[in-house]
Design a protein around this ligand. Structure first.
Ligand SMILES: [Zn+2]
Length: 157
């Protein structure tokens, strides 16, 4: 039996995601036909939940999020190549010439945009810690070889 509470729960969860099976959807529909209270609730829920969510996906992702994504990718690449090309990868972080390969992933990244926004704060902290770790690594590098001196090095000394 469908109480109004059951209907509301379904509306707020599966029904909004269109993941409810057909018979449940029919149960909800028929209840909404007979219950003006739940009908109003469904309309409000759609207005307050579904519509803002749809709008959010189409929003432009702020530039600082792209920077964060870009930096994460480059940090991962740097971790894979280890210290052998450490200096080259490090320099790449400060000059962003390699956006072209990322264009292919833009559609997927757009869909992830909302999620990334939520986890962006956490990610920032992690990147800060990683940056400090890399800076401490850099200080252990042998500086006798003056040919290795770069603006990046100046920056961290
Ligand atoms: Zn009802």
């Amino acid at each position: 039996m469908n109480t109004c509470k059951n209907i509301k729960d379904l509306i707020l969860t599966d029904y909004m995601d269109s993941e409810v099976d057909l018979s449940t959807r029919e149960q909800i529909s028929s209840h909404l036909l007979n219950c003006s209270h739940c009908r109003r609730f469904a309309a409000e829920a759609e207005k307050n939940l579904a519509v803002p969510f749809k709008g959010k996906i189409r929003e432009d992702v702020p530039e600082h999020v792209w920077s964060s994504i870009r930096q994460s990718i480059e940090n991962a690449a740097m971790a894979n190549t280890q210290s052998k090309s450490f200096i080259n990868n490090f320099i790449q972080i400060f000059s962003f010439p390699k956006l072209a390969p990322a264009l292919g992933g833009f559609v997927v990244l757009l869909l992830m945009g909302t999620f990334i926004l939520n986890s962006h704060q956490i990610k920032q902290v992690k990147e800060k810690e990683q940056g400090e770790y890399l800076a401490s690594l850099w200080k252990t590098v042998d500086f006798e070889n003056s040919d290795l001196r770069t603006p990046i090095e100046e920056y961290f000394l």
